[in-house]
Design a protein around this ligand. Sequence first.
Ligand code: PLP
Length: 477
Amino acid sequence: MSAMAESEVSSLRRLPAVAAVLATAEAALLQQRHGRVPTTQAIRQAIDEAREALRAGASVAPSAMELAQRARSLLEAHAAGLRPLFNLTGTVLHTNLGRAVLAEAAIDAAVAAMRHAVALEYDLDGGGRGERDDHLRALLRDLTGAEDATVVNNNAAAVLLCLNTFALGREVVVSRGELIEIGGAFRMPDIMARAGVRMVEVGTTNRTHAADYRDAINPDTGLVLKVHTSNYRIQGFTAEVGATELAALADAAGVPLLNDLGSGSLVDLSGYGLAREPTVRQAVAEGARLVTFSGDKLLGGPQAGFIVGDRALIAQINRNPLKRALRVDKLRLAAIEATLNLYRDPDRLAERLPTLRWLSRRKVEIAAQARRLQPAVAEQLGDAFVVEVGDCSSQVGSGALPLDTLASAALLIRPHGSQRELERLGAALRALPRPIIGRVADGALHLDLRCLDEAEESLFLSALGQLDMDGLAAGTP
Ligand SMILES: *Cc1c(COP(=O)(O)O)cnc(C)c1O
């Protein structure tokens, strides 16, 4: 054996054993907090990592205490993958950050449904079996003007279920201009194929006429589909057939029209200073026999997909065995019911529903908040960064109102040194126990404060206070 290999072996031998690490005070605490088995596992992993590092050329093996500390990081990282964070990206309905944040009433309702038995499928009047949908039916009828309603896992499921119920093995007519892809591999043509229907595209990308639909509809047509192109706009030389005309055309042919609204709002957003988005009530009034929309986009509730429309059609949907596979659980039903209930009191809706509260916040208010927080943030970040208050644009997100940005204000953080420092700061903020997520643009980290409620400001500052500035300086966030 060469001298080199011998020294490598001896340094490997100097790695503490699992028992030695378990005997440290730190490991005793970890066992109390996380349990014996997970702690032992984390220590083994820490030792494995250290062994790899030695093989790769590290000269000093970590001590038992250092290994225990590493085990703690591993355990903490495991402990809460879905832990709360501060969404300061400026995108209110951020799909990757869980879309809508729920209203307190919805949270309370979900918690109660977790903790206690509930009349999920039980008729409290008669004492017999009830239906899961009964809880929402009356509310949705009230809020949309539709005859009947049902709810499934998400809007993708709602569309899938409608296609499969009315056009399995048959044709669905849709405009080429509406064959959307939204994020997460939801492509209309793929959903059609999986629903077992044959897609019949009509018109061209930019122009589709009534005659195109009329020519395509035949006795084998199960459904006419209209898709709200929620995440893009086709502009210029364009033509589309409006929902009212299309509904009349489909009715004349004896085929139901499904209008997939995507986001679908239950209130007119122009009343809150936002761009107009078609409301569900409007889509129902225009004559579509079925309308589908999401629970966690503009509606501001939990993930869900709503189908509202003709009673006979909803009954047919409810008989489809797929409905059972796509249904929602009691937690979400409770949260949906509470969210919808808020819409019955429009005067206080924007106050109670975080999505609407944040979307309708005015820039002057956000700028004032930014000025209020700026000194504390600047002090925390120290000399390496400049913190200023600046303008920015927020987005609705989730593909809703794609061209509509909202004037907002942000803390703009710029490094004195290189961009590398900004990257390190971003990583350190993401590594916090309650991570802070911003957006990098034009060489600055933007913390858009639109989604930071005043009541959360002190939590935000104390989260920031946990930043490891020494680690940052040393380049090891
Ligand atoms: C978002 C969207 C969907 C999918 O809704 P999820 O609730 O995310 O499943 C379907 N159609 C349109 C037009 C959409 O915008």
